[in-house]
Design a protein around this ligand. Structure first.
Ligand SMILES: Cc1cc2nc3c(=O)[nH]c(=O)nc-3n(C[C@H](O)[C@H](O)[C@H](O)COP(=O)(O)OP(=O)(O)OC[C@H]3O[C@@H](n4cnc5c(N)ncnc54)[C@H](O)[C@@H]3O)c2cc1C
Length: 305
């Protein structure tokens, strides 16, 4: 289908982009366009003006931000492929590298921008689970303010991930790497589209005695948005990450999301032609155990290097 007529602007500064969003009704931000153009062709979104962020230099690339402790900052227009292949991300934030590498196909990864996934609500996005376990922070700018929003707050805010009209996500901060920590992402994907059926991100920190001092687990695909599996985390913290302890903790994965009535209603709505809600929840336990095991092994391997 051909979308209705719209105007297009490609500002070269963030300030100009913010002004365009402020001064014009019916604007949409354009990143890579994979999702937005499809929505426009289907007639589900009909912006009057597209504000393309592609020419704004400061929004691309991965580096250390000004924080002296070593916060890694990823510009929002960095592609999935650049994120997955960046040494800083591959070494210390493996869950994010693996989640980015699991997205769609090569074309999507080479043109899709990581900021879209956090700005555009989609049940089956991979990156939000990784952002939760890595405790990322989202930096945004709007006509009225700059905000630094912790991942959990950002992702919990409903439909548009808590963005105000005209607010642009500019970058994502990853906290300084702490020795003894590692992470992983496990995904079961739809064989045709590559979209997530269920994805589990985990992060493990071990003390010098080998005990798990911090555990973070999050699921995507099996709930209306990515969420942390707190019972799994609590079950492993303070224990040695043995196969038995990991299996016992992973068994709590389903309970973590079915505790509230709202959550179980959401789970029931997740049956479709390809997979039932029961199968999705079954996958949660299996993938949680795998992801925790891989994150644990990575801490062990790294401590010998
Ligand atoms: C075939 C296919 C397979 C896919 N498989 C997967 C998959 O396996 N896993 C997965 O997670 N995703 C998957 N996707 C979704 C994919 O990640 C998105 O389609 C793609 O990333 C869109 O990114 P984009 O840069 O093209 O965003 P755009 O389409 O340009 O933007 C999408 C939306 O985000 C808003 N937006 C973009 N950037 C910002 C910003 N900085 N601040 C505020 N708002 C912003 C835009 O206004 C727009 O509403 C798949 C998509 C396709 C088409």
């Amino acid at each position: 289908m051909i979308p209705v007529e719209f105007d297009y602007a490609a500002p070269e500064t963030l300030e100009a982009a913010v002004n365009l969003l402020k001064e014009n009704e019916g604007t949409e931000i354009l990143a890579g366009g994979h999702s937005l153009l499809r929505e426009m062709k289907l007639g589900r979104v009909s912006p009057l003006l597209l504000v393309d962020l592609g020419k704004i230099q400061g929004l691309q690339g991965i580096g250390l931000n000004r924080d002296p402790n070593g916060v890694v900052q990823i510009g929002v227009m960095t592609t999935y492929a650049q994120t997955a292949n960046a040494l800083k991300v591959k070494e210390n934030y493996r869950a994010l590298a693996e989640a980015a590498l699991s997205i769609g196909d090569a074309q999507i990864r080479n043109w899709g921008r990581i900021g879209d996934i956090f700005a555009y609500h989609d049940l089956a996005c991979d990156l939000p689970a990784a952002a939760l376990v890595l405790e990322a922070t989202f930096n945004t700018i709007s006509p009225s303010s700059h905000r630094a929003i912790p991942a959990e707050e950002f992702i919990n805010a409903s439909f548009n991930m808590g963005l105000e009209p005209g607010e642009i996500v500019t970058s994502i901060d990853l906290p300084p790497y702490v020795t003894g920590t590692n992470s992983a992402y496990e995904k079961f994907q739809h064989p045709a589209s590559g979209y997530t059926i269920c994805g589990i991100a985990t992060s493990i920190r071990r003390s010098s005695s080998g005990i798990v001092s911090k555990c973070r687990v999050a699921v995507t695909g099996a709930h209306a948005r990515a969420i942390r599996l707190r019972q799994v985390e609590a079950a492993l913290e303070g224990k040695a990450p043995t196969t038995k302890n990991i299996a016992a903790a992973a068994n709590l994965a389903t309970e973590s999301v079915s505790i509230s009535q709202e959550a179980s209603k959401e789970l029931n709505s997740l049956s479709n032609n390809y997979v039932s809600a029961e199968y999705r929840t079954h996958l949660m336990g299996v993938l949680t155990a795998r992801s925790l095991t891989r994150a644990t092994e990575r801490v062990e391997i790294r401590s010998y290097i």
